[in-house]
Design a protein around this ligand. Structure first.
Ligand code: URA
Length: 278
């Protein structure tokens, strides 16, 4: 019995904290779910079909293109440059934040969707002057379908309160809208296929200021390989296809839970934001 307990504890430590079923399920051999796209909008499948005939698409002859491992329907997909272009086209077709949510909810181009329970799109006030961007949902966020509702979210709420803000005064989203299984680090491919959506999200929300929570968010949004300790506390800017927004990278609340001594640095960053907000 003790052995079973040890094995279960080992699983939990490794991040396997949710049992999906009593028997293992091979998600990669399942057929894809039926499209739930409104008739008027191009479905991801239509985009993919178009790609087959587009020069430079995965079946095109563009030699500079990233190699692709796109495999038969239902199996794992590694997005190539053309898939990312199409995700960008799809994201760009959203005229409102609600449309973007709709589009993401039917987007099948990211493998993370297959293991996640929910689409974690956003929380807070989309009209707020400040938009916070985290890395990816964790277990609690996946269960509730909202960003930053677990332990790190509670710390984030306290950090915001310290400068007089709450979720009615900020808008919150993540680079990735689906939880990576076991909270593993997202792959660069998963990040790149989701990038067009968070960039479009920023364009549609039009925040005056972005706060990038943690190294992963800061590196992705600022397109840099610099570490968070170098980036944090210095105003930078996020440039999408349509806008440029001042952006302040800071430490991720989950990191602060593990390294409370660094809360002083985050506090400095928050004061910096407060001053900028006037
Ligand atoms: N960590 C994140 O980066 N985002 C969340 O939504 C929760 C935890």
């Amino acid at each position: 019995m003790n052995r079973v307990r040890e094995i279960l504890e080992w699983y939990v430590e490794a991040g396997v904290d949710v049992l999906l079923d009593e028997k293992p399920i091979d998600r990669f051999s399942e057929p894809p779910p039926p499209p739930r796209q409104p008739a008027s909008r191009k479905s991801p499948e239509q985009f993919l079909a178009q790609r087959e005939t587009t020069p430079g698409g995965s079946t095109g002859k563009n030699p500079t293109q990233t190699p692709t491992t796109n495999s038969p329907a239902g199996s794992a997909t590694i997005p190539d440059a053309a898939a990312i272009d199409q995700a960008r086209e799809l994201a760009g077709s959203a005229g409102t934040i609600e449309e973007l949510r709709e589009i993401l909810s039917t987007f099948e181009g990211c493998n993370l969707k297959r293991t996640a329970k929910s689409l974690v799109f956003a929380d807070g006030n989309p009209e707020a002057r400040v938009m916070l961007v985290g890395e990816a949902p964790g277990r609690d966020e996946d269960l509730q379908g909202l960003p930053f509702v677990g332990r790190s979210g509670q710390l984030l709420d306290r950090m915001l309160a310290a400068i007089g803000l709450d979720r009615t005064g900020v808008y919150i989203s993540n680079v990735l809208p689906w939880r990576p299984p076991g909270n593993r680090t997202p792959t660069p491919q998963e990040t790149e296929i989701c990038r067009p959506f968070i960039e479009r999200h920023v364009e549609l929300a039009k925040p005056k200021f972005l706060v990038l929570l943690g190294g992963s968010s800061a590196k992705t949004m600022l397109k840099t390989s610099d570490g968070i300790m170098k980036l944090r506390g210095r105003w930078n800017s996020v440039t999408t296809q349509q806008i440029t927004v001042p952006a302040l990278p800071t430490l991720h609340p989950a990191y602060l839970l593990r390294q409370p001594a660094h809360k002083a640095l985050a506090w400095r960053d928050l004061l910096n934001l407060k001053q900028r907000l006037g």
